[in-house]
Design a protein. Structure first.
Length: 88
């Protein structure tokens, strides 16, 4: 069902594109390389189990949790799906 000037399937294409963007962003944030033995923020020791579980880990659990909270608070607004962006 087309609405206005949109092609058939345009809504699904937009949903798929949003999901692909989110997956690409999440993959780009995964750590790579050799894990550190000490946190690069607070210099606390990173446990061996964490280093083995997450390859390329750079932060201790406390610092990683704080970083995750900051990233969650700052993002998540889907401009592409916003009515404001569609009206402009």
């Amino acid at each position: 069902m087309a609405s206005g000037w949109a092609n058939d399937g345009a809504v699904q294409e937009q949903i798929d594109s949003s999901i692909e963007d989110a997956i690409a962003r999440a993959r780009s944030q995964l750590p790579t390389g050799e894990s550190l033995t000490h946190c690069e923020e607070c210099a606390a020791s990173i446990p061996l189990a964490r280093r083995e579980a997450i390859k390329g880990v750079r932060l201790c659990v406390a610092c990683q949790s704080e970083l995750d909270k900051q990233q969650k608070a700052g993002g998540g607004y889907n401009r592409r799906g916003s009515k404001d962006s569609q009206l402009r």
